[in-house]
Design a protein around this ligand. Structure first.
Ligand code: HEC
Length: 191
């Protein structure tokens, strides 16, 4: 321990001590900055992974991330806004696609609905709807319609056979003269 007799010599000792030790301070400071920087970088590289214990949100996450296959991408972009990510729609406004006979029945039905649209009064599970779904024939290719129809036929517990772009092409040709959206009665009598 060094001693000092008065205030000014004490101050001098303190300052010269600081200067002597300044390189140590600098090194420590640099070390700290580097360490913090690395830590932040490692943090960016490995974000904590969220786990869905029930698996309940995994379909929705896959759709949102565009990793659910081509049908999920079309569904997400064109259909989910009305029929919702989970396919259940909104009661009284957009019908449920889960378990719908127009989804899982004869594949010509969902293909024709997507090609030409659907409107007029319908009743599903005791709930009335009277909305308008627009046609997609000019916006979606045969392949895209096949992908999205397969998506709704095989998701959320729906378990119907898959179709091909050729099936869509055949329906497109068979209904070429159709004008406007189908009503339920028109759709069913069109087959
Ligand atoms: C703008 C909202 C909207 C969008 C987007 C939409 N739909 Fe619809 N969809 C409806 C409405 C409304 C009905 C019911 C029409 C009615 O009331 O007659 C319907 C009915 C249906 C039905 C018949 C279900 C049943 O049980 O009656 C199917 C199948 C269907 N939509 C599939 C699709 C697919 C596949 C897409 C995406 C390519 C899509 N919809 C996009 C609004 C929409």
């Amino acid at each position: 321990m060094s001693t000092c007799d008065d205030v000014s010599s004490c101050l001098m000792q303190f300052v010269s001590g600081l200067v002597k030790n300044s390189s140590t301070y600098l090194l420590t400071l640099t070390g700290l900055v580097l360490f913090t920087g690395c830590y932040a970088f490692v943090g960016d590289e490995a974000p904590p992974e969220w786990k869905d214990p029930e698996g309940s949100a995994s379909d929705i996450a896959a759709i949102a991330a565009g990793t659910g296959g081509p049908g999920a991408s079309v569904y997400n972009a064109k259909c989910a806004v009305c029929h919702q990510m989970n396919g259940q729609g909104i009661p009284k406004v957009y019908p449920n696609l889960v378990g719908s006979s127009l989804v899982v029945g004869d594949p010509a039905l969902p293909i024709r609905i997507v090609l030409h649209g659907f409107n007029g009064p319908i009743e599903r599970d005791g709930i009335s709807y009277n909305g308008v779904m627009q046609p997609w024939k000019n916006d979606l290719s045969d392949q895209e319609i096949a992908d999205v129809v397969n998506y709704v036929r095989t998701n959320w517990g729906n378990d119907a056979s898959e179709i091909t772009a050729e099936d869509v092409k055949a329906q497109r040709e068979a209904t070429r003269a159709k004008v406007g959206a189908y009503t339920e009665a028109e759709l069913k009598s069109s087959l």
